[in-house]
Design a protein around this ligand. Structure first.
Ligand SMILES: [Mn+2]
Length: 305
């Protein structure tokens, strides 16, 4: 008589369909938000690259659910229009990130979108407001302690992007392949219990004199800030978070959500810092606070998505 494991397959199927309804999102990212969220004066995010498989949308969603700000700057390359033109990649997590940002705008945060080179189509819409989000070409942000910072994506200083767009597109494609390989490598390493290691990050620091490129980029940005007479500059673009004093100008780069998963924050005293979110809140040291508030708006949106 054949041995049929009839019963075991039923609950598994049910689990799968439940997960499918959430679009593969973890339960802990769809429920009510944590009650104790960190409140910043300002939050700077860039290079999220929504619409690409490399985007760490679920980590960003976890970060956004734990962090609030009076003002949020989206410093370019938020939605990757270059990639969307070639192939469509959009998951429930990507949707949830957009909903979470729109929600923050609805709840009173001032959200300013400074377009980058991957979302340059938005540059035609500067001065307009979409769902509570202002699209602005560049901004001067004044910190709590009165310093003035130029907020700009930063591709304006990238001679490759400026003078040979096709070359930049080619680089973008190779970068995409490296990131895909990176995700695969991460899975293999995990099987062997090895920690996260970014191949693309490794390559970027070794290939094509990238280190030299990064520093000359930083010099160009800082020089331009000095010429504009501001105290500093806040940008993204090169996926390399940093705060560095350069000849009397403070160069700040908020990093990205493809490799480094970083944001730049400003507190009530005007102090700027880089926050990294490499692990989900429930994996972080000390354990995340999971006190919750009654707010099912986002999970309703997710279920409808
Ligand atoms: Mn860019």
């Amino acid at each position: 008589m054949p041995d049929l494991p009839a019963d075991t397959s039923v609950p598994r199927k049910r689990d799968l369909s439940r997960r499918a309804r959430r679009g593969g999102l973890d339960d802990r990212l769809t429920g009510p938000r944590p009650k104790h969220r960190k409140k910043h004066r300002t939050l700077f995010l860039s290079d999220i690259h929504l619409g690409t498989p490399g985007c760490k949308a679920d980590l960003l969603l976890d970060f956004l659910r734990h962090n609030d700000a009076e003002t949020i700057y989206l410093v370019g390359d938020i939605i990757d229009g270059w990639r969307l033109k070639r192939s469509w990649y959009w998951s429930a997590a990507h949707n949830a990130v957009v909903q979470e940002i729109l929600r923050k705008a609805r709840k009173g945060a001032s959200v300013i979108y400074v377009p980058g080179n991957h979302d340059e189509a938005l540059r035609d819409y500067t001065g307009l407001n979409f769902g509570g989000i202002d699209v602005i070409g560049e901004m001067i942000h004044e910190t709590a302690d009165g310093r003035r910072f130029l907020v700009i994506h930063g591709d304006q200083f990238d001679s490759v992007v400026k003078y040979a767009k096709w070359l930049a597109h080619l680089g973008d494609r190779a970068y995409g392949v490296a990131l895909a390989f990176n995700n695969w490598l991460h899975e293999i390493r995990r099987l062997f219990g090895l920690p996260y290691w970014s191949l693309s990050s490794y390559l970027k620091h070794r290939v094509k004199n990238a280190v030299e490129y990064i520093s000359s980029y930083e010099v160009a940005v800082a020089r331009s800030a000095r010429e504009r007479g501001v105290d500093g500059v806040i940008c993204g673009h090169i996926h390399h978070a940093e705060i560095r004093e350069m000849d009397g100008v403070l160069y700040c780069n908020d990093g990205d959500w493809v490799e480094s998963c970083t944001a730049l924050t400003e507190d009530d005293e005007g102090i700027l810092s880089i926050v990294t979110w490499h692990r989900f809140s429930w994996e972080q040291d000390g354990g995340a606070v999971h006190e919750t508030e009654v707010d099912d708006e986002a999970s309703a949106v997710l279920n409808a998505a």
